[in-house]
Design a protein around this ligand. Structure first.
Ligand SMILES: Nc1ncnc2c1ncn2[C@@H]1O[C@H](COP(=O)(O)OP(=O)(O)OP(=O)(O)O)[C@@H](O)[C@H]1O
Ligand SMILES: [Mg+2]
Length: 139
């Protein structure tokens, strides 16, 4: 499925729509360059559960954890992840099946994404505020 969003708010809204469909153990892999809107999407997804925390890229913490009334959300940033050891250090394998994963820079951990991962590709379009968002997988 392909969707074009024309503002940051619209990308957040898409995150919200997907968030509302989740059961609690989905793995959502986000793909796309710097500043494309991965965090905006994640913010919408997290905030749809009434979580008021500011949602930012966990570039230094590697993972941020949000407790919603339904399940936990683990928000990863794999920007700096290069090796399996790096990945283990994020808690990726420990947290698996304990909540929903939303992963920025999934390109860096492609080999470790389990079957059934929902893949979301975000690309810039010609107009500055447009993003082409492609969803692959069952939600
Ligand atoms: N349609 C759109 N959807 C999402 N963001 C948009 C859109 N149009 C413009 N923007 C802008 O693009 C930027 C997206 O930033 P965001 O932090 O979400 O990117 P990111 O992919 O998480 O980047 P990083 O890889 O650095 O973590 C924001 O400045 C936002 O205002
Ligand atoms: Mg980000």
């Amino acid at each position: 499925m392909k969707i074009i969003t024309r503002s940051e708010r619209k990308t957040e809204n898409l995150g919200k729509e997907i968030g509302e469909k989740l059961k609690g153990n989905e793995i959502i892999a986000l793909y796309g360059d710097l500043g494309v809107g991965k965090t905006a999407f994640t913010r919408g997804l997290v905030n749809c559960f009434g979580i008021k925390n500011a949602v930012t890229s966990p570039t230094f913490t590697l993972v941020n954890e949000y407790t919603t009334p339904k399940f936990k959300i683990y928000h990863f940033d794999m920007y700096r992840i290069k090796t399996l050891e790096d990945l283990e250090s994020t808690g990726f394998f420990d947290y698996m099946n304990k909540g929903v994963f939303v992963i920025e820079w999934s390109e860096n951990i492609e080999d470790y994404l389990p079957e059934g991962t929902i893949k979301i590709y975000i690309e810039k379009n010609k107009n500055e505020n447009e993003r082409i968002i492609t969803l692959r997988g069952e939600i």
